[in-house]
Design a binder for this molecule. Structure first.
Ligand SMILES: NC(=O)c1ccc[n+]([C@@H]2O[C@H](COP(=O)([O-])OP(=O)(O)OC[C@H]3O[C@@H](n4cnc5c(N)ncnc54)[C@H](O)[C@@H]3O)[C@@H](O)[C@H]2O)c1
Length: 356
């Protein structure tokens, strides 16, 4: 069995899950971690038996033996530079969403990975949620016929909304609904999005922070085969179980439909100390004794296997770029109060490029 050496940049919530997953996987020979918070670095290095514990991510990039890098740092505008340097150093890259801030940055990363024949994938973890995979399978095997329309609604707690909006100006479309845009666009392939209309709604987030932060964002996306779908997400639910998330999916086809309740109301813990709690309800999921509830562990293993066994990655960077274009269009639409056509002007080949 081929083993690989793995580096992880940023070991907070998601990076911590990925580090713990890698630490016990037999495909991983040595694990190297990097984290700017000294206490967290010491904690995760000890918990995972990491070979290197670095404060500066460039120190990991310099280690030639590291074949695969997982980039889980925040804020999100650090992603492009970190991914670029890792790819330039010849390392396979797993990058948490978003792929980049600007489309041209995503294009550069995609071209670099292709030129160097490296695996490059983005953390659209919900594809590894078995309920989501079931919807995809129901389309692929013909159970529900040809998709006609779809709806996905997602909400998370305002504590998490505050954490996210405290570090980035990216919208609910870019940071939350992005998972569902990726999922529905994947289900509807090979159709391509051609038009996006979106609105944002203000409430608790603006009232409590004073900043221009919406509670929810909904968008209607039209595809080039005439199908349209609705995706929306919000981050203003009251506090509950840490990082609680709730999702509802409707996928309607010509021969049937699949409705998915991923609202995480199926396990209820009630204690005198904390009242009612809905465990195992965060988007990435959590370790539960000897097992894992949620998609992030399986997603991490998929990347390890893709690198070690030279298998294709499930989420291609081209797909992640398409998602990025849709949520950029959604933000433009919400700002302009009008539909936005795709591809965006910056994605269209210029006359000189087209002539080449
Ligand atoms: N797939 C999912 O379900 C999911 C869920 C939540 C977040 N995310 C994404 O995962 C990424 C991480 O989010 P999170 O919630 O784990 O954030 P987090 O803030 O909990 O963790 C990020 C960590 O990166 C560290 N860091 C910051 N700058 C660094 C640097 N220069 N070098 C090394 N470490 C650095 C921080 O100290 C922190 O510990 C984000 O891109 C986010 O959008 C994905």
């Amino acid at each position: 069995m081929k083993q690989i050496n793995v580096g992880i940049i940023g070991t907070g919530w998601c990076g911590g899950i990925r580090a713990q997953t890698c630490a016990v996987n037999p495909l991983v020979r040595d694990l190297h971690v990097c984290e700017v918070k000294p206490e967290r670095l010491a904690e995760i290095a000890k918990a995972t038996g990491a070979r290197t514990a670095a404060k500066d991510w460039r120190d990991l990039v310099k280690i030639d033996e590291i074949e695969a890098m997982i980039i889980s740092a925040t804020p999100e505008d650090t992603h492009y530079l970190m991914a670029r340097e890792c790819l330039l150093a010849g390392k396979h890259v797993f990058l948490e969403k978003p792929i980049a801030i600007e489309l041209h940055e995503a294009d550069e990363l995609i071209a670099l990975a292709r030129k160097k024949k490296l695996k490059f994938t983005i953390g659209y973890s919900q594809r590894f949620n078995p309920k989501f995979a079931y919807v995809k399978q129901s389309i692929a095997d013909g159970t529900i016929g040809r998709p006609v329309s779809a709806l996905v609604s997602r909400h998370i707690t305002r504590g998490l909304g505050k954490k996210i909006t405290g570090r980035t100006k990216l919208s609910p479309a870019a940071m939350e609904a992005t998972h569902d845009l990726d999922f529905v666009l994947w289900c509807l392939e090979p159709a391509k999005p051609v038009r996006v209309y979106s609105q944002v709604n203000y409430g608790a987030m603006k009232a409590t922070s004073g900043a221009d932060i919406p509670d929810t964002q909904y968008m209607t996306v039209t595809m080039d085969n005439g199908i349209s779908f609705v995706v929306g997400a919000g981050w203003s639910l009251p506090p509950g179980y840490p990082n609680f998330s709730t999702t509802w999916i409707e996928m309607v086809g010509t021969e049937g439909s699949v409705f998915v309740d991923d609202s995480h109301r199926d396990v209820v813990v009630n204690t005198l100390k904390s009242g009612m709690q809905l465990p195992m309800s965060s988007m990435p999921g959590e370790f539960v004794a000897h097992t894992y509830a949620g998609p992030m562990s399986a997603e991490t293993v998929h990347f390890l296997e893709a690198v070690a066994c030279d298998r294709p990655v499930l989420v291609t960077p081209e797909q992640a770029r398409q998602v990025m274009e849709v949520y950029i269009a959604a933000d433009l639409s919400a700002e302009r109060h009008e539909p936005v056509m795709l591809p965006l002007p910056e994605s269209r080949p210029t006359a000189s490029a087209a002539a080449r």
